[in-house]
Design a binder for this molecule. Structure first.
Ligand code: GLN
Length: 537
């Protein structure tokens, strides 16, 4: 029988449910189980593709081109779960499907209702993945907070699954908060209430992960266990770690999370592969040197906007045995070259991430110029590569009006232009060049050295490309195009000549990097930054 674990959150949002679910996934994998991770988002959007990074953080892209919630990124970094469009379920998708069936006449004249039709569709989606060949345990994270209006149909589906599986093959894990009130006292009441809310819906959590500033003592665990009907050994302290999030599986394992979960699910499994995570956390603790990287973007106010890039830089640092500090700079504040140089003072590398729209572009171009002229290691991702090309065209080739069709659709010198297939697209959702595709690297370039091979498979999410009308001119002026689509029709990466380390890529290498195996470009970028710090380049 396949096993299901439902992870819910209580008291308030942003408790790190995603990291908790991912850590649990990684612990179960280290016991030899194969895990499938699912994120449920109770919002009405069909996917996260049209959502602002300011409000919802980064949009994560899967191999098959789904634009999903950033928690799928956590799953990818912590586990080996297969992740595709089906692993990200939203209210929008569920209703869209039920309404489609209703219009088709599939319900044979019945009144179509939230229970059972919406709940059945939710269950169908969960079981479709969970019952797949080779999957032992499916972990389903329910977004939002227990008690929200939006999540009620999902929690009802969870209740039904736990009931159908007789609480032996499906359990609930609840993540809650123990806040500290003025005066420093810790309060368990909000947690008691949120478990009570779950129980009113008919779900009795088996495991409680309590987010708390410092490690929870035994007396508090006993008190919570007593009030919530949860076994004492299943009330765990999810205290803040001030090292790295990759320490969290270690914190949970030390308290026996995987053991109590396996016991409750009747899984008799061994424990043999955990050392990889311990090694990550040991390497991080042992690293002393700190390299500082400037990230020049426009969505810097919200911490989660560039989540996968932040994490990938950490992976690059782990691979080099150093720590990383990211200086996030709002590109709109870089209004002159002097200001830019000042803002970049002391960093050992510059990263320009992806982005959409015209705001903040001049500051990014100035930052790219500073990197090129001062020999600072440069990594440009998607928009960051387009900026690299525009900057080159303007300041090296003297095409003063060089730009992207995204910002000047009728401009005279758009060195970056719309993909031909995009010209007639009017709808925004899911219409970009999306998902995994192959690029072929040119031998002896930096990108080739990073990947160690010519065939590179990474994910895309963009509408614009290097304009082929300018390709020869750009190359003749010295700019190196170091990777192309296999048919050579599209440029996939650019490098500056006579520069210690610069790679701009049209794809998003941050979606495939993990702490156990850093993305090659992040590894080499951080390595170049370390060299810069040691004045070796
Ligand atoms: N806005 C640019 C494009 O659509 C870059 C997209 C991105 O950085 N993801 O091509």
């Amino acid at each position: 029988m396949r096993k299901y674990i439902f992870v819910t959150g209580g008291v308030c949002s942003s408790l790190g449910k995603g990291i908790a679910a991912s850590s649990l996934g990684s612990l179960l994998e280290s016991r030899g189980l194969s895990v499938c991770m699912i994120k449920i988002d109770p919002y009405l959007n069909v996917d996260a593709g049209t959502m602002s990074p300011y409000q919802h953080g980064e949009v994560f892209v899967t191999d098959d081109g789904a634009e999903t919630d950033l928690d799928l990124g956590n799953y990818a970094r912590f586990t080996a779960s297969p992740l595709s469009a089906a692993n990200s379920i939203t209210t929008g998708q569920v209703y869209q499907e039920v309404i489609r069936k209703e219009r088709k006449g599939d319900y044979l004249g019945k009144c179509v209702q939230v229970v059972p039709h919406i709940t059945d569709e939710i269950k169908r989606r969960i079981y479709t993945l969970g019952e797949k060949e080779g999957i032992d345990v499916t972990i389903i994270e329910i977004g939002g907070t227990v008690g929200d209006i939006e999540s009620i149909p999902f929690l009802e589906a969870v209740r039904q699954i736990i009931h159908e599986r007789t609480r032996r093959d499906a359990i609930s894990v609840h993540v809650s908060l123990i806040p500290t009130v003025t005066g420093g006292e810790l309060k368990t009441k909000p947690t008691q209430h949120s478990v009570k809310t779950l129980r009113e819906i008919g779900i009795q959590p088996e495991v409680l992960l309590c987010r708390i500033a410092t490690e929870m003592d035994d007396a508090m665990k006993k008190k919570i266990a007593n009030f919530t009907n949860i076994d004492y050994e299943c009330v765990l302290s999810a205290h803040d770690v001030n090292t790295t999030i990759y320490e969290i599986p270690v914190v949970y394992r030390d308290q026996g999370l995987d053991r109590v979960v396996c016991e409750r699910l009747g899984l008799d499994v061994k424990d043999d592969k955990f050392s990889a995570w311990e090694k990550v956390s040991e390497t991080w603790k042992a690293s002393e040197e700190v390299v500082e990287i400037a990230m020049v973007g426009k969505y810097i106010e919200l911490d989660d906007s560039y989540k996968s890039i932040d994490e990938s830089l950490v992976h690059g640092a782990i691979a080099n045995g150093v720590r990383i500090k990211i200086r996030k700079i709002d590109s709109e504040s870089l209004t002159s070259f002097e200001k830019t140089q000042k803002a970049l003072n002391g960093v050992q590398g510059i990263l320009i991430p992806g982005g959409f729209g015209e705001r903040g572009i001049p500051g990014m171009i100035t930052a790219a110029r500073a990197a090129r002229e001062s020999g600072l290691p440069y990594l440009g991702i998607c928009l960051g590569m387009q900026i690299q090309v525009i900057e080159w065209a303007r300041n090296v080739m003297g095409i003063t009006e060089a730009n992207s069709g995204e910002f000047t659709p009728d401009g005279p010198s758009n060195v970056i232009a719309l993909l031909e297939e995009q010209v007639d697209v009017t709808q925004y959702g899911g219409t970009m060049r999306l998902g995994l595709s192959e690029s072929v690297a040119v031998e002896n370039t930096l990108i080739y050295k990073a990947y160690g091979r010519t065939s590179i498979k990474e994910r895309h999410r963009h509408r614009y490309e290097v304009n082929n009308t300018y390709r020869e001119e750009l190359e003749n002026s010295g700019l190196i195009f170091s990777a192309f689509t296999p048919d050579r029709l599209l440029v996939e990466s650019a490098e500056w000549p006579d520069h210690p380390w610069s790679v701009g890529v049209q794809f998003h290498p941050e979606f495939t990097s993990s702490p156990l195996e850093s993305g090659p470009l992040f590894r080499d970028f951080v390595a170049a930054a370390v060299k810069k710090m040691h004045k070796e380049i």
